[in-house]
Design a protein around this ligand. Structure first.
Ligand code: ATP
Ligand code: ZN
Length: 297
């Protein structure tokens, strides 16, 4: 059951090959995103690759560090990988879409007690990192010359064991730094997972990518929005409607109770609390907020 109408329109042999992290912080969210796009992949442990049953897609499970190279070499057409890895590896790939998960920052940290007043603190000091390219770029921009010690893991212990005075590493909550007696002093990159593509995709693959991208964007939009239903007194209906953007304009239905209407609309996550408060002040009652699964506009 692998033939779908998608495949027929793009030719029976055409498939997209996508690289995702084999295990680690991006794995589950990558698979979840594909599932939310309606793509079913059997995800056996220790599998190198897997085929979707209902979309012409083959998934390769790889170490995240290797994904940009595989995409540049067209071993995979696409990849899900952190921006930090994309920019560090500096391969010839295009970033197509930010995916909204795997958010973190690449930061510089020094010992808690250090008197850090700026990047010049690092002048002629040793900085340990797994991101020598991005660190060097930052230091060059700051006209600081420091000794970069490239290490592949547990960077946060470097100051404690006397290997370096500073570190440059990925941070999300900052608790690892804190536990190691360090403080974050510079953010050099804000990162999240992105979809990358090979720069010479064939036309058929390009059109499959567009289908996938359309689905990813619908899932992302849905996540960033909520469906809101509320009861509004007709006396304040105008004001309440003016607070609600909606996809075109809000839906207004009369309630059985005289003088009241039911109003339905879509609110984006970042405006959400602000609008809800204003709605309450304007007399809205019985406000229901419902997640949206897909949003096609
Ligand atoms: P692999 O075995 O695939 O090489 P890894 O150990 O290099 O895995 P993970 O720790 O699983 O990588 O992180 C994968 C990606 O998750 C990072 O490159 C980054 O984009 C993202 N990420 C999000 N939050 C964090 C965090 N707090 N620390 C590290 N990475 C994070
Ligand atoms: Zn890695």
């Amino acid at each position: 059951m692998s033939i779908t109408t998608n495949q027929q329109s793009a030719g029976p042999e055409v498939k997209l090959k996508i690289a995702v992290q084999k295990s680690g912080r991006l794995h589950d969210d990558s698979i979840r995103l594909l599932k939310e796009c309606g793509i079913d992949i059997s995800n056996g442990v220790n599998k190198l690759k897997s085929e979707a049953s209902n979309f012409p897609l083959e998934v390769f499970f790889l170490r995240d560090d290797d994904i940009p190279q595989y995409v540049e070499d067209a071993v995979a057409d696409l990849g899900f990988v952190g921006e930090n890895v994309v920019y560090e590896k500096n391969k010839k790939v295009d970033v197509v879409e930010k995916l909204g998960f795997g958010k973190c920052r690449l930061s510089i940290a020094v010992r808690k007690g250090d008197d850090y007043t700026g990047a010049s603190f690092l002048q002629h000091k040793r900085v340990a990192t797994s991101y020598p390219v991005l660190l060097k770029k930052f230091l060059d921009e700051q006209n600081v010359s420091a000794e970069i010690h490239e290490i592949s893991g547990s960077v946060e212990i470097a100051p404690g064991i006397g290997l370096a005075e500073g570190i440059c590493d990925l941070v999300s909550s900052g608790s690892t730094l804190f536990m190691n007696g360090l403080k974050e002093v510079e953010t050099i990159l804000l990162s999240q997972a992105v979809l990358i593509k090979n720069q010479q995709l064939a036309l058929a693959q390009q059109s499959l990518l567009e289908k996938l991208l359309f689905r990813i964007q619908s899932v992302k939009k849905a996540k960033n929005n909520k469906y809101v239903l509320l009861n509004a007194p007709n006396s304040n209906l105008k004001e309440i409607i003016s607070l609600l953007p909606g996809m075109k304009s809000p839906t207004v239905l009369p309630l059985a109770q005289q003088g009241w209407s039911s109003v339905h609309s879509v609110i984006s996550e970042d405006q959400f609390w602000d609008i809800i408060e204003k709605l309450k002040t304007a007399g809205a009652q019985g406000i229901l907020v419902v997640p949206i699964e897909k949003m096609i506009i």
